[in-house]
Write a protein that binds this ligand. Structure first.
Ligand SMILES: [Zn+2]
Length: 328
């Protein structure tokens, strides 16, 4: 696996050196952005582009690339009609282990700035990108009080699952957009204020929903232990079969630990994510007799028609699924 990855990265670097060479011969005018749009085949990117059709021909405004779809939605709320936002990891895939395709690097190279979550979420991408593009990469999680992984070294990257931390993301993005496009300051600040107000409303709403769950049922059992920031904010215990999608997933020992825990604590429901292999949690459900109460979104927004197409809607969806599953 590691060897395959190395070969893949080597091949990718070669493609990239070639494409950067080509870019160097042409211009980086907005016209090249339209070309990118035509050659992209990822469904998620097509969907994302649809929202931006209103500005895609304007040839003005900032072109923003983000690593994953949740971050693209957050940026979209701040930039509004004044620029375009694209993301790299397609909806339905998770950003930890994603393997970029050459068109992703064109997306990043063509952008004015590349926003990433940081906290080692996209470590694979940062390494490659730093060698192949001049596009500045900005981590939007600077200043967030981080939570360590459980039982191993490292930081949990899923800070966005606490809306309070997303407010930090918004503040960093807003200042960065203003620095790049000072003429848009008023618009960015206005959009940012409105969005922060919505995030505060979301935060208060989640508090109410969690308060209605019986105290001894406030526990989230999930495949990847991604809800630590959420659990810390709202007072829920969080347990994953595994810690991070980029680590070993679903070993017999990991499954046995969660099965024992669910039985010992009398946990009424378990959950699965949209972006992971659900067979491991199905094993937990079978061995404990506890139902999988629903699907939640952690690392990507939902597809069109899911009701979870935005960050705020995916959080509402998740909390509704948790509350229904954990309340008798
Ligand atoms: Zn994750």
């Amino acid at each position: 696996m590691l060897v395959n990855k190395k070969i893949f990265l080597l091949a990718l670097s070669m493609v990239l050196i070639l494409s950067v060479g080509l870019l160097g011969c042409t211009t980086e005018e907005p016209a090249s952005q339209d070309q990118t749009s035509e050659t992209e085949t990822e469904q998620g990117q097509q969907e994302n582009r649809k929202e931006d059709e209103g500005v895609s021909n304007a040839g003005e405004g900032l072109h923003i690339a983000t690593s994953f779809s949740i971050l693209a939605d957050i940026v979209q709320n701040i930039i509004g009609e004044r620029g375009q936002v694209e993301y790299v990891v397609p909806i339905g895939e998770e950003p930890h282990e994603y393997e970029p395709v050459p068109s992703d690097f064109k997306t990043i190279s063509d952008a004015d700035v590349f926003y990433v979550n940081g906290l080692d979420l996209e470590q694979w991408l940062e390494k490659v990108v730093s060698n192949v593009t001049d596009t500045e990469m900005v981590s939007v999680s600077e200043g967030v009080t981080t939570i360590s992984l459980v039982g191993e070294d490292g930081t949990d990257p899923h800070a966005w699952l606490n809306p309070k931390h997303v407010i930090t993301y918004v503040e960093i993005i807003t200042e960065d957009l203003i620095a790049r496009d000072p003429a848009g300051e008023e618009i960015y600040r206005q959009n940012s204020e409105q969005y922060i107000a919505q995030l505060k409303e979301l935060d208060a709403w989640i508090e109410e929903q969690v308060a209605a769950i019986p105290e001894d049922h406030r526990v989230i059992v999930i495949s990847e232990n991604a809800f630590k920031y959420f659990g810390e904010r709202y007072g829920l215990q969080t347990e994953g079969i595994w810690e991070l999608n980029s680590h070993e997933e679903g070993t017999p020992q990991q499954i046995a630990r969660v099965v024992d825990l669910v039985k010992a604590q009398g946990i009424p429901a378990v959950f699965v994510e949209t972006t992971v292999d659900q067979r491991y949690m199905q094993r937990v459900a079978q061995e404990t007799g506890v139902d999988i109460a629903g699907e939640v979104y952690t690392d990507a927004v939902g597809p069109a028609g899911s009701g979870a197409e935005t960050y705020i809607d995916l959080m509402k969806h998740n909390v509704t699924v948790f509350a229904e599953g954990l309340t008798p």
